[in-house]
Design a protein around this ligand. Structure first.
Ligand SMILES: *[C@@H]1O[C@H](CO)[C@@H](O)[C@H](O)[C@H]1NC(C)=O
Ligand SMILES: *[C@@H]1O[C@H](CO)[C@@H](O)[C@H](O)[C@H]1NC(C)=O
Ligand SMILES: *[C@@H]1O[C@H](CO)[C@@H](O)[C@H](O)[C@H]1NC(C)=O
Ligand SMILES: *[C@@H]1O[C@H](CO)[C@@H](O)[C@H](O)[C@H]1NC(C)=O
Ligand SMILES: *[C@@H]1O[C@H](CO)[C@@H](O)[C@H](O)[C@H]1NC(C)=O
Ligand SMILES: *[C@@H]1O[C@H](CO)[C@@H](O)[C@H](O)[C@H]1NC(C)=O
Ligand SMILES: *[C@@H]1O[C@H](CO)[C@@H](O)[C@H](O)[C@H]1NC(C)=O
Ligand SMILES: *[C@@H]1O[C@H](CO)[C@@H](O)[C@H](O)[C@H]1NC(C)=O
Ligand SMILES: *[C@@H]1O[C@H](CO)[C@@H](O)[C@H](O)[C@H]1NC(C)=O
Ligand SMILES: *[C@@H]1O[C@H](CO)[C@@H](O)[C@H](O)[C@H]1NC(C)=O
Length: 852
């Protein structure tokens, strides 16, 4: 049965057509002159009514229409003029010359198939959804499948060179690689925001000829090409393989994403089965110009950067934002608005033209000073990249997970950022009530906390003699802040398990291992014989804990409770240097020369800091291998500094017997002579340690090998004879030794142990000498301290100290000393006569490690 041919346009014939067309056109070829219009419900329908072509209401306005092919139920798959909306007087017609046209009410052709005069004899909608213009033989001269709009249905071939378009967005398949590509076009530029190949293991490095994207009936999106033996899978729909009376298709949506859908017959809704861009906010321009995309839970929402902006169209958040005050209206008074966790999307080609390797501050300033720059993004993802945006169209993305900070140029002043997506403010009544509830809850919680704290304070402090110890939590907070933590005696008892694990016994008391509540391992020193009051003790603790250096052990905290005085230090994993120098058992002797030298230099640096660089300079007074600790990387850490002062609060240079804490062998001669103790006394002790570091023997050792002399005296004699090998630790393999370093270390040590303090170098010089920065002269022989009291003849130095002390009659006048020092020396002398004999006796007592 042939459809009625439209006559000259008589009303009767038209009315007849209106009545008959829905019935007559099904599955049939539409002859030349066939016309569709929005005013009637006529359609051109496929044989089994699966697809039909007709006017449907436009999504943008109910009074406008779109000529579209729809799937049974209403899902559109193709439209004339890619969704061009037309008025009710429009028509869609196959003109007598064979051209298919969309004509609006005023007769203007809005879209055409451009097939006029090509022997087209009929049009037909096929069961596949394809609209075909054919000639008399039935051959297709034109088909809608070759001119897709935004959708590709099953059995439709979407080949490279074709485009799907939707608003500013376009989709295509790259001819050479088969990559799926999504582009945004606007503001005079094209941005590729998605470009991805699929199953590269399959396509390899082959160059494709005409890759074709197909939605298979089983729901697999695949890519075929002449060079491929079988289709490559692009994506599986989430319901792939499921059968049923449904249609599958892929579509470039108006939001710029490319998705796979399925739609059941008769339904006007399609179900999303896959999307190419997983993160919708990554679609360039999704929120329009200056819009910022973020998520409210799961949905992407659009907002503006700050209150300097407003939505261009409050009813369409995706339309972007406009400035309340244009930059042109505030020349010279613009500033950069900072947006944390925000990125301005950056895709090719701009990614290669506007990127710089600068930090966050420069990224902000470069944009502020750049006339054409409107915004910038500094990435904090380790790439060090900064992007400057010169286009007026920028697309923002804000998420707590984004490691970047962005800036937007605005007119001063920058206003606060609104909560993302908060277009409508909550009602005043509602927020008022919420504020009230919050206030009550906060008040309640605070009161409860205050009560708890008071109870805790009472509980902890009723046992305390003085003001109570802070709670452990409070103490640990303090520890984190770097200030010395005050511990209670009980806490330290608990953390050391009742002072069980003894690490050693230093000059000022025993040291125990402890573990704090936060799992920090510490060394707890129980001070003995402290004569100071609470206040002075705290002052000294403050001084010690404010002394920070890589080569100094850090003080973590203290305890001052009743008669208990304890110090808590960081724990040093490798113990003290003496174990490595003199110990027999491993790790004794195992310390290789480079480590020894590094330890010696580190120690010198630590002491230099104490002497010369810190605020309240500290003379250590007890430098010996036992007080040089080693961390897990064998960094030298000097310990016990500042303690000499604790012992005698008034002036540590005024020694009473109980206050002399130095160790035999390391004590400078002036100690014994009751002469002023200066930084040079530490230099002497350090020189002994340095000699021991090279030799692995105690400086005061006496043996047959040393011909009955102290090792330090013997070592100098051997050095004079050029017998370095005899001095060096025999356990050190000769091939590991850096002989220049060894000789330097020996020379420095002999300079340090000079009897005359004035002849010893300062610690700063020692560091330079060891580093080889300073030329070294051959050291003169150091006098042994044994000869100190027996010899009255000074060794020709520039100081008369020795002789004056030895004679002990005249007041000591050292030419090189300051008036202050002289006074102190005089003070010291008043005691010296009384104490010297006792000191001497103590010194010669047989206890090897006695501290006095
Ligand atoms: C149309 O439907 C009938 C019955 O359901 C079926 O046999 C026929 O194959 C269908 N035709 C096409 C072209 O799909
Ligand atoms: C018809 O199309 C022309 C050209 O696009 C346009 O100027 C005119 O306003 C349209 N008329 C109607 C009624 O839409
Ligand atoms: C149309 O058909 C005629 C005769 O069959 C033929 O000569 C002519 O070339 C055709 N025109 C086109 C554009 O194919
Ligand atoms: C799609 O491509 C395949 C393979 O080249 C071909 O067999 C099929 O006919 C094509 N379909 C259409 C509608 O052109
Ligand atoms: C598809 O888009 C590209 C880039 O805009 C254009 O060069 C090309 O001509 C388009 N192809 C078709 C078939 O419209
Ligand atoms: C194709 O996509 C891959 C990622 O899947 C990308 O690495 C490659 O650069 C793309 N090819 C082209 C020509 O853009
Ligand atoms: C990629 O292609 C290879 C070769 O046909 C195939 O074995 C493999 O399953 C494909 N991988 C994916 C993820 O589709
Ligand atoms: C890439 O091409 C080269 C030569 O054309 C070939 O030898 C190589 O195996 C190919 N690599 C892959 C991964 O296909
Ligand atoms: C997120 O925004 C969407 C769209 O504006 C809205 O439909 C949805 O209810 C919002 N969800 C939440 C949790 O606010
Ligand atoms: C710049 O803006 C600030 C804030 O609005 C204003 O106080 C100031 O006067 C302006 N300066 C100039 C030079 O316009």
């Amino acid at each position: 049965m042939r459809p009625l041919r439209r006559s000259s346009g008589g009303l009767a014939a038209l009315g007849c057509c209106l009545f008959l067309l829905p019935l007559l056109s099904r599955g049939a070829d539409m002859p030349l002159g066939s016309t569709l219009s929005p005013g009637n419900s006529a359609t051109w329908t496929s044989p089994n009514s699966t697809f039909s072509l007709g006017f449907t209401a436009s999504a943008s306005s109910p009074s406008l229409f779109v000529a579209a092919i729809t799937y049974a139920g209403g899902v559109p798959v193709w439209s004339a003029g890619n969704g061009a909306a037309v008025d009710s007087g429009s028509s869609f017609r196959l003109s007598s010359n064979g051209d298919l046209q969309l004509v609006n009410g005023s007769g203007a052709v809005l879209w055409s198939s451009n097939t006029g005069g090509q022997n087209v004899s009929a049009a037909a909608v096929q069961e596949t959804g394809n609209l075909v213009l054919k000639d008399k033989t039935g051959a297709a001269l034109w088909q809608s499948f070759d001119h897709p709009t935004d959708t590709v249905v099953m059995s439709q071939n979407f080949t490279s060179g074709m485009n799907l378009t939707s608003g500013s967005y376009a989709f295509s398949v790259d001819r050479a690689t088969g990559n799926l590509t999504l582009r945004w076009t606007g503001a005079g530029s094209t941005v590729t925001y998605f470009n991805r190949g699929y199953n590269t293991s399959f396509t390899g490095n082959k160059t494709l000829t005409a890759p074709t994207l197909t939605m298979q009936t089983n729901g697999i999106v695949s890519l075929t090409d002449g060079t491929l033996t079988s289709p490559a899978v692009v994506a599986y729909s989430s319901n792939y393989g499921e059968s049923g009376d449904m249609m599958r298709f892929v579509r470039l949506d108006a939001d710029g994403n490319f998705r796979a859908y399925s739609a059941a017959r008769g339904s006007n809704a399609a179900t999303e089965e896959w999307s190419a861009v997983a993160d919708q906010c990554q679609v360039f321009g999704y929120c329009g110009s200056m819009g910022v995309c973020s998520y409210n839970g799961t949905s992407p929402v659009c907002g503006c950067p700050s209150l300097n902006f407003q939505l261009s169209d409050p009813s369409k958040p995706r339309a972007g934002c406009t400035r309340k005050l244009e930059l042109a209206s505030c020349p010279g008074n613009s500033t950069m608005l900072e947006l944390d966790n925000t990125q301005f999307l950056t895709y090719p080609p701009e990614i290669t033209t506007e990127q710089f390797f600068v930090g966050i501050t420069a990224c902000r300033l470069n944009c502020l000073s750049g006339g054409s720059c409107v915004a910038s993004t500094a990435l904090s993802d380790g790439s060090g990249l900064c992007f400057l945006k010169v286009s007026s169209f920028v697309s923002g993305y804000q998420s707590a997970a984004l490691p970047s900070t962005s800036f937007v140029k605005v007119c001063s002043p920058p206003l606060p950022n609104p909560a993302p997506g908060s277009a409508a403010a909550p009602s005043a009544g509602g927020s008022g009530f919420r504020a009230w509830v919050v206030a009550v809850v906060v008040l309640g919680v605070v009161s409860a906390l205050v009560l708890c704290e008071w109870a805790l304070w009472w509980f902890l402090c009723r046992h305390s003699p003085k003001y109570g110890p802070a709670s452990a939590q409070y103490a640990l907070l303090e520890y984190a802040s770097g200030a010395p933590v005050q511990f209670s005696y009980r806490e330290l008892q608990r953390s050391t398990k009742g002072f069980k694990e003894k690490l050693g016994a230093g000059g000022f008391g025993a040291v125990y291992r402890g573990v704090l509540a936060n799992r920090t391992v510490v060394a707890v020193k129980q001070l003995e014989g402290i004569e100071q009051g609470e206040k002075q003790f705290r002052m000294e603790v403050a001084t010690i804990s404010s002394t920070h250096h890589l080569n100094l052990v850090r003080l973590i905290g203290f305890c001052s409770e009743g008669r208990h005085r304890l110090l808590v230090y960081e724990f040093m994993k490798n113990g003290s240097l003496d174990a490595f120098l003199f110990g027999d058992a491993p790790p004794g002797g195992k310390m290789p020369w480079p480590t020894r030298f590094a330890v010696a230099v580190g120690t010198a640096r630590g002491i230099t800091y104490l002497h010369e660089e810190c605020r309240d300079c500290i003379v250590h007074c007890d430098i010996k291998p036992e007080n040089i600790l080693l961390d897990e990387h064998f960094n030298a850490k000097v310990s016990d500094f500042g303690l000499a002062k604790l012992v005698n609060p008034k002036d540590h240079r005024h020694r009473t017997l109980t206050s002399v804490r130095g160790t035999r062998g390391y004590l400078a001669p002036e100690w014994l002579a009751n002469l002023p103790i200066t930084a040079k006394s530490d230099v002497y002790s350090y020189g002994m340690v340095l000699l021991e570091t090279v030799s692995g023997r105690r400086n005061f050792d006496v043996s047959e090998e040393t011909r009955g002399k102290k090792f330090s005296v013997w070592a100098y004699e051997e050095y004079e004879r050029g017998n370095l090998a005899g001095i060096i630790d025999r356990r050190l393999p000769a091939e590991d030794l850096d002989m220049a370093q060894v000789e330097r270390a020996l020379q420095v040590s002999f300079w340090c142990i000079q009897e005359q303090p004035g002849q010893r170098p300062s610690m700063g010089k020692v560091v330079q000498m060891l580093d080889g920065v300073m030329e070294l002269e051959r050291p003169p022989p150091p006098k042994s301290s044994d000869s100190f009291f027996s010899t009255t003849t000074a060794s020709g130095g520039n100081s008369s100290m020795v002789s004056t002390v030895a004679s002990s009659a005249a007041p000591p006048v050292a030419p090189s000393t300051s008036p202050n020092l002289e006074q102190e020396m005089a003070l010291g002398r008043s005691e010296s006569a009384r104490n010297r004999d006792r000191v001497t006796r103590q010194l010669l007592s047989p206890q090897p490690y006695m501290t006095m």
